[in-house]
Each structure stands twice: as structure tokens, then as C-alpha cells.
Design a protein around this ligand. Sequence first.
Ligand code: NAD
Ligand code: DAU
Length: 345
Amino acid sequence: MNIIVTGGAGFISSNFIYHMLGKYPDYRIVCVDCLTYAGNFSTLAPIMEKESPKYHENFRFCRINICDRAAIYQLFEEEHPDIVVNFAAESHVDRSIKNPEVFLQTNIFGTQVMMDACRKYGITRYHQVSTDEVYGDLPLDRPDLFFTEETPIHTSSPYSASKASADLLVLAYYRTYDLPVTISRCSNNYGPYHFPEKLIPLVIVNALNDKPLPVYGKGQNVRDWLYVEDHCKAIDLIIHTGKDGEVYNIGGHNEMKNIDIVRIICKVIGKPESLITFVTDRKGHDLRYAIDPAKIHNELGWLPETKFEEGIKKTIQWYLDNREWWESIISGDYQNYYKKYENRR
Ligand code: NAD
Ligand code: DAU
């Protein structure tokens, strides 16, 4: 099996690559990533270094922008992939509010380029990694309501609008061209290699540095947190056993208020809650996300395995053990890793 995985220098996709190489050592995994600010080559470098215990000869990294049609077609000609898993995206809601354009380019146009390549060269599965944010939000006072796959698309931010647009395009390619697609819509992930602009890694890193912990509004917004490894296992299952044309919701049944998350992190790290700083709310801030994962459970047998108390401790421990990884992000040095790697070759 030859799988092209896009966005592999980012958070979830890098975890997915490590998961796949560990579980299927015979698979070839080709990572496509253009290394935006969110791409950290040092996350993947150990897989390519022969002296590293993580070295894997069936892995290839290609610095390519998914919007670059010619480069993507060239790669398909070289690799003849069986499966494409499209993670590559601009992923941060706050950045989409400040500058929507690149979100439309990568998240919509990039998806189209990847699917056109799949149509042209033929694949057995195109999988689109999407988000629960395409459903908009739920009210805080209706804990009985959940997002199902039938919930109407109703987006709030330029980020979620771009991801929803991509989903519609994916379903259009299924209906119009019979492209064998699947889509997963997952809730908030947390775990290793999470870029410290998102709530959980930002709070961990700031707490470790005794810096203020910014909480938007009153911290009452609710997210449904899932340990990243559980998301990777769900995608693994979908690409192997999912049904063409289907959407699968993935969620942890683990709803928490932002303020409670921040308090838990303070407690586990042993830092005072006085570091918590309430700041101006996000524009159009979604109130509550809550996934009903019944379909993927009933049809594919997936269930989240990691309890939040365990997952958050593992995550904090990872940030303690991998200071170099996140300190190089704060210093900006991470953006030089790829150049250093290329010069060594
Ligand atoms: P991330 O921001 O950590 O990583 C994105 C990666 O994509 C980076 O390595 C970046 O360099 C790469 N990239 C961006 N634009 C590219 C382009 N034009 N060409 C090639 N590579 C490009 O993202 P993440 O949080 O790991 O999210 C991955 C995917 O999962 C996204 O599609 C996101 O919408 C979806 N998702 C994320 C979450 C979450 O909680 N983080 C939850 C559900 C779904
Ligand atoms: O639900 C899935 C989505 O989860 C993914 O599609 C997105 O790619 C991913 O970024 C994430 O979006 P959120 O906006 O929910 O994640 P973020 O970590 O940015 O924020 C989580 C919550 O915490 C949200 O209610 C905003 C709040 N927040 C965030 C930051 C960065 C704060 O209170 N303070 C902060 O500094």
C-alpha cells in the first residue's frame, strides 16, 4: 500500500504518520507538506535520519504546496498512490478571522487539486480530514443536542466555511465523478506535536514559563476533546473499511468548558490559577461543539480509548520531555530545520 499523507509536518498528520509506520511497517508513506508556519520539519526528521531509532526506509518527505497542480501531478506519476489522506490545511480559527484568503486557497483549492490528481491517476480511496466546526455551534443550555452526520452545515468562521466548502466539493466529486471518497469530521484534538497557538499547548507552554494564560471571554465555551492517537486510529479504520461517499463524525464524548481545561492544566503542572487572564473574546466565537460518534462506532467499531485525565497527563509529560521542540517554535528556529536537513544531504 502506498499512501500520500498531506500536511504531515503538522500536529495530527505527524501523529498519523507515526501511527501508520508503526502499525504497517510495509506501507510506503509519502508526506506532502509545504512547511507553512504550522509545519515543523523537526517532527518528522527522525524518520529520515538513518542513525535514529525512529528511522523508516518506507517514508518520503516532499516539500510541495497542495495548490501546486504541476508538482502534485508529478508526484502522483512518481508514486502511484493507492490512498490519499488530505490533512493539509490552514487550521487556526483566529488566523482565519485576521486573514481569510490563504484559508480559501489551501483548504478549498488545495483540496480540489488533490482530488483532480486522484481522478487523473486513479486511487482506491481519497480521505478528507474535516472538522466538527462545519456544523456551527450548539447552545450552552441544551446538553441533549449533538452533531450527527445529518446536522446541517452552518459555519461561523472563515476557517469553518473553507472546510465546509471543501467537504461539499469532496461530496460533489463522489456524485459527479465517482471518486471513492470518505470524510471524517472530528472534534478538538490534543496531544504531542500540537502547535502552541492552540488552547491546550499554549496554556501548557505558558504555564511552564510562568506566563499569563489567556482565556477568551469568560471561558464558558465548550469543546469536545479527543486524544490525537484516537483520531488517528479512527482515520486508519475509515481508510481501510469505510464506505465510499460516507461522512463519519469522530468525537470523544468529552465536553469541557475552556476555563476548566485551563484549571486542570494549572493543577497538573503545579502553577497558580492567578496566571489565568481573561481577554477579549474571539469574534463569532462558537459556544459549544459536541459530536455524536454513534455511526463510526456502530458501523466501523471505533471508540475513543484515552480518558481525558490520562491523555492530558501524557500530553503535559510530552511537553516536559520535549522542551526543545516547543522552545524552537517560540524562538523561531524550527523554521530553519528543513534548510539544515537539505544542506546535510
Ligand atoms: P496544523 O496546522 O497543525 O498542520 C497543518 C499542516 O499542513 C502543516 O504542517 C502545514 O505546513 C501544512 N500545510 C498548510 N498549508 C499547506 C499547503 N498549501 N500545502 C501543503 N501543506 C500545507 O493542523 P492540524 O491541527 O494538525 O489539523 C490537520 C487537519 O485536521 C486539518 O485539515 C484540520 O482542519 C483538521 N482538524 C483539526 C482538528 C484539531 O483539533 N486540530 C480537529 C478536527 C479536524
Ligand atoms: O473542533 C475542531 C477544531 O478545533 C479544528 O477544526 C481546528 O482546526 C482547531 O484549531 C480547533 O479549533 P478551536 O477554535 O476550537 O481551537 P482553539 O485551540 O483555537 O480554541 C479552543 C477554545 O479555547 C476556543 O473556545 C477558543 C478558546 N481559546 C483559544 C485560545 C487560542 C482561549 O480561550 N484562549 C486562547 O488563547
